[in-house]
Design a protein around this ligand. Structure first.
Ligand SMILES: Cc1cc2nc3c(=O)[nH]c(=O)nc-3n(C[C@H](O)[C@H](O)[C@H](O)COP(=O)(O)OP(=O)(O)OC[C@H]3O[C@@H](n4cnc5c(N)ncnc54)[C@H](O)[C@@H]3O)c2cc1C
Length: 553
């Protein structure tokens, strides 16, 4: 059959986590689905990510009698998110937990293999309902050969650049291979696994690319077509109902009719400078620091907005405080969660618990005159910590020569180099040092939560999340509010239906993931929370379409 004039039950725009799960759930429920993807690879930001899925009381926790519950999960969402309006309504939170569990069950029954990322603590483990051992799942490494002719078509995952077959939960330990025997053993296991895969000639997908690869395999097994290199051009409506889409296929504009619905799973607008300028409000941003996938450009969101869909949280993003790109992969990106490092603002003052969630720190940077913030470290920090570009103890001279990292023999001199008040920075460091030696931070509580400690240095006592800055020379580098994507967009209900300003659904239109205003509001409860959101509401959409979708043609 020619592509033009095709009709399916459910047209899905975007092949990230939300799109693929919807395709699988839809096909499993007997719907004829079609996935449209504008890039030449499957997976979007989900493919590039750690592939972790945060879900309270998830099926693996229940199998292991981990002692979690839906009530604790709801309590925790309430404590962390607070009241942010309809995007995180009680019904949507409940759907997150309930449909999330069904979604994981479905993926597992279709062959996707997960394990618990034990020890990757909830980010607010000390808030009501929080858990120190964490609630995240991650996909096991997956042999790409299982994809048959789709090999080479999945977005490269988080660890692909370092060339190791490493799970996301192992990355926490890998960076401290020189700091504890346990971490050294984890590193040895990762290197052995990598060597074995190499000797057997296997290309193992890990992290986000494993999650996408395994889900893709299940989708293909159910004969769902996925059209790559096919950009969405517009929505087709009749009498205010969405009845299809127009896409560009092999240079032609093609209309695809949707008998039941269209699901928008096309990600956010991380890379759209104009939209970010327009919507970023008190958190000004021009897309200059984002690491979201290249397709995160917002045109599908704009098409839904033009239909009168309501939006919320448009100024918000999954913030990921990051150094300048040239230092990418350097030890400094993780400095805020390690001993011997602090963050200061343009007044030379600390302004946040540096070791808290990436989203919280990013927001605090905007709220406290810290764009950029300065990472301040001492020489012990440099000697201790490994990084992607240099071994512990090495700091490329080129970074100093180019001014990417500043170095000085005293804190006062360092302050002068970076334009801060020397007395203020000296007093900030002295105040931090007084209690940091005992592992305490009375000002911001750094190092108190299990989350702070699980990201810190296991070889440092009394507290792996903080320690004083004592040994000259001292170093400074800028930290910017980068992000892994935006998380504001279309307002949707618990079934993932797109809503108008008056709260009524746009007939025939569903949305999930970063194109929507997230159920997580302005917070981030745990590793994998954003991937969980897109997959869960992709699942919810497919289920709802199956039960109530109307025939339109
Ligand atoms: C490096 C990195 C690491 C991350 N790590 C984590 C993590 O560990 N845990 C976590 O929870 N989150 C993480 N994230 C964030 C997370 O990956 C995203 O928030 C989430 O996966 C978004 O899912 P999505 O389904 O909304 O969009 P995506 O996965 O981005 O998929 C959207 C797809 O839609 C396609 N598309 C866009 N426009 C069009 C169009 N016009 N026509 C056709 N197709 C279109 C895009 O090309 C893309 O493939 C990370 C992100 C990155 C970039």
């Amino acid at each position: 059959m020619s592509d033009a004039g095709q009709t399916v039950d459910l047209v899905i725009i975007g092949s990230g986590g939300g799109g693929l799960v919807a395709a699988l759930a839809g096909a499993e429920a007997g719907l004829q689905c079609l996935v449209i993807e504008k890039q030449s690879l499957v997976g979007g930001s989900t493919g590039m990510s750690g592939g972790v899925v945060w879900l309270p009381n998830n099926p693996l926790m229940r199998e292991q009698d981990a002692g979690d519950s839906e009530e604790a999960g709801l309590e925790h969402l309430g404590a962390v998110i607070g009241d942010v309006g309809a995007a995180s309504s009680p019904a949507r939170r409940l759907a997150f937990l309930r449909q999330g569990n069904e979604m994981v069950d479905l993926l597992r029954s279709e062959g996707v293999r997960f394990e618990r990322a034990i020890g990757y603590s909830d980010y607010y483990s000390d808030a009501a309902g929080g858990r120190d051992d964490g609630r995240s799942l991650e996909p096991l490494p997956f042999n790409e050969a299982g994809l048959g002719e789709w090999q080479g078509k999945v977005m490269p995952g988080l660890a692909s650049a370092i060339g190791l077959v490493v799970k996301t939960n192992e990355l926490r330990s890998l960076q401290y291979f020189n700091r504890s025997i346990r971490c050294l053993l984890v590193a040895a296991r990762v290197f052995t696994r990598t060597q074995v895969a190499r000797l057997r000639g296997r290309k193992m997908l890990t992290n986000g690319s494993s999650l996408v690869g395994q889900t893709l395999k299940a989708v293909l097994a159910r004969d769902v077509p996925i059209w790559l290199s096919t950009p969405f051009e517009g929505l087709v409506t009749e009498d205010e109902r969405v009845v299809g889409v127009r896409v560009r296929r092999d240079g032609q504009s093609v209309e695809i009719r949707a008998r039941r619905a269209v699901l928008l799973a096309a990600g956010g607008f991380g890379r759209n400078a104009e939209m970010r300028r327009k919507f970023s409000g008190e958190q000004p941003n021009e897309a200059q620091w984002t690491v979201s996938n290249p397709g995160d450009t917002g045109e599908v969101l704009e098409a839904a907005m033009a239909l009168g869909a309501a939006t919320d949280l448009m100024d918000e993003a999954w913030w990921l405080p990051s150094t300048r790109r040239e230092l990418g992969g350097s030890t400094l990106g993780q400095a805020r969660q390690r001993p011997g490092a602090i963050l200061v603002n343009d007044r030379g003052q600390r302004f946040v618990n540096e070791a808290n969630s990436m989203v919280e720190v990013g927001k605090a940077m905007y709220a406290n005159g810290a764009v950029p913030a300065w990472i301040i470290t001492d020489d012990r920090y440099r000697r201790r910590y490994a990084n992607g570009k240099s071994r512990p103890g090495l700091l490329p001279q080129d970074w100093i020569d180019r001014g990417w990292v500043r170095r000085a023999d005293t804190i006062g001199e360092l302050a002068r180099q970076i334009g801060l008040d020397p007395l203020e920075l000296e007093s900030t460091v002295a105040r931090f040092n007084r209690t940091a030696a005992n592992g305490e931070d009375p000002e911001f509580g750094r190092g108190r939560s299990a989350y702070n400690r699980c990201m810190g240095d296991p070889g440092h006592s009394p507290n792996g999340a903080l320690g004083p800055l004592l040994k000259a020379p001292f170093y400074a580098a800028e930290l910017f509010p980068a992000d892994v994507g935006t998380c504001g967009g279309l307002l949707t209900d618990e079934h993932a239906r797109v809503l108008r300003e008056d709260g009524t659904p746009v007939p025939g239109l569903y949305a999930t993931g970063n194109i929507t205003a997230t159920v997580l509001g302005r917070s981030y409860p745990g590793a994998g929370a954003s991937i969980a959101s897109t997959m869960i509401f992709g699942y919810a959409a497919a289920r709802h379409v199956r039960t109530v979708g109307q025939e339109t043609s």
